[in-house]
Design a binder for this molecule. Sequence first.
Ligand SMILES: [Zn+2]
Length: 316
Amino acid sequence: MPQRAILVFLDGVGIGEGDLAFNPFVVAHLPRIQALLGGRLPIAEHLDADRRIVSERAVLVAADATLGVEGLPQSGTGQTTLLTGRNGAAEYGRHFGPWVPTPLRPMLAAENLLRRAADAGRTAAFANAYPLSGAPADPRIFRRPAGPMLAAQSVGALTRGAAELAEGRAVASSITNERWREHLGSDVPEVTPEEAARTLARIAADADVTLFAHYDTDYTGHRGAMDGAVAALERVDAFVGALADALPADALLVISSDHGNVEDVRGGHTIHPVPVLAVGTRREQLMNVRSLMDVALAMLQALGIDGRGLSSDNGG
Ligand SMILES: [Zn+2]
């Protein structure tokens, strides 16, 4: 039984055809992810007959992100589903994004992975640094909130800002700190993806459940340029590889997404399945994940927390 779990959320990453013309996963240099997957990549051609990749170090499952709802999957409803196990798109009536629609926010706050862990007496952490201006947090950042931030807020874990980032006790959403340095005028130090990963591993070692969210993969997918998408994936590769190496021995690491996008740079979101990559203790718990609705429940079960009432019971 692991003592702890980490969910790394990557916005807008799907599993598509491995075509050199439009899929940056086959253009980028991704040695760390390939090593985790036994030489394979998160592309359709590398999935086995059960739509998985099972290697010595990892399990990768292709999870449905369409949720039985017409249209292109979106971030607000997809993140809600990933974090709660409830079908956010079905409950809202359609896919919606990029922020979490107002009617879904109470359910997200009450039923997300961090909240469920806290309700079971476990500790929860949100590793992201946010530009907070004193306490309580600046209300402007809540106007169009992303799912991970709302989940963090629901357990009082939205506590890291520039000071924590400067001290190596938080990770920037972009993994490295350039955006804080260039756009927020902050004098936080430069960090490599590997250093950011070790910071996340340290944060995770002090909590039972830790969440980190990264959004650049979706941004670069929307920009639709291969070079930007390749750079974003190579940064993620360095980060994920170092995180897997620095993982506490009792930890389960799960990396997943809300919908496809960056795996096809021809433009915008896709209906592709999303990867659910599990590394570490009890990763086999994620083996039977079939959709975004199954991830939170599988993680809670891996932690020994009764997650019943989630996922399969919600009729979605
Ligand atoms: Zn998007």
